[in-house]
Design a protein around this ligand. Sequence first.
Ligand SMILES: [Zn+2]
Length: 312
Amino acid sequence: MEASKANGRLDEAVGLPDALLKRLRAGELWHAVLLVGESSQAERAARWLAQALLCEAPRADAPCGRCRSCAQFSAGSHPDFWASGDKGLKAGDVEALQAWLATKGHGTRKVYVLRGADEMTPVAANRMLKTLEEPAPETYAILTAQSRQKVLSTLRSRSFTCLLSASPPFLSTDPTSIAVVTRATSAEDPSFAGLMERVIEWTQTWQSGGATPWELAASWQSIAKDVPAEDGLLLLAEWLRELMRVRAGGQAERFGAWEEAVRRIAPILEVEQYAACVQAVMEARLRLQSHVALLLNLEQMCVRLREVTTSW
Ligand SMILES: [Zn+2]
């Protein structure tokens, strides 16, 4: 009981998404996982995940920190664990890794970490493709990157991307938004009635490129006219965070009633694009405190949103 409590805290500390933790606990983890986040956080998350996969305790308690495997892992001497250097994988590393993979494991599983998948040389990345495509049974690859966008698409397509949730602060749910989102989604507050449907429609118009930034700004002002401007923008930011969460492999959490729309819209942009959009919206919300006219402020925001969707 104590151990699982401690693990619960650790899960939070490393910021791994629930979808990944559920799969890990069910023994159904993907063979290749790409962890995207700030480098020290991605490193911690990768090590935690590797230790959990190798731990000999029941899955719900892993990593237990007490078994022989955990002791070897902490001592840096686990024979079934391999990690590349932190400067990005070189072609020579791939040979060393493949030689290690070809040896018989000491336990039932092997885990390797490829650090800096976004800095990997193209030659090294190409040599890894076959290994990632045809994983040996009970062999797990954990890739880390600061930018998903910079990871070669051939590598991305062979691994499951997980965005680490505690990355820059604007990525995680803003506590001040809880009241606003609750009002918008409970439909009890008349000023919010039908607002989410209009937000969804607006999102689609923006993403399809069917309107100019000025038209988008005017349309946003009109659909959110019954709520304070800062609440409307907070709702938009949370809506984009939800799309980002689902894009990164998580579950719809805050807009569950519109799950069908979330699932349909989320794949349109990449995780990093959603992150940039959230930032643009939060910046516009901050500008509300200055003397910039509302429509001009919204237009600035929409210019940025259009840039993110069209030029990445
Ligand atoms: Zn253990």
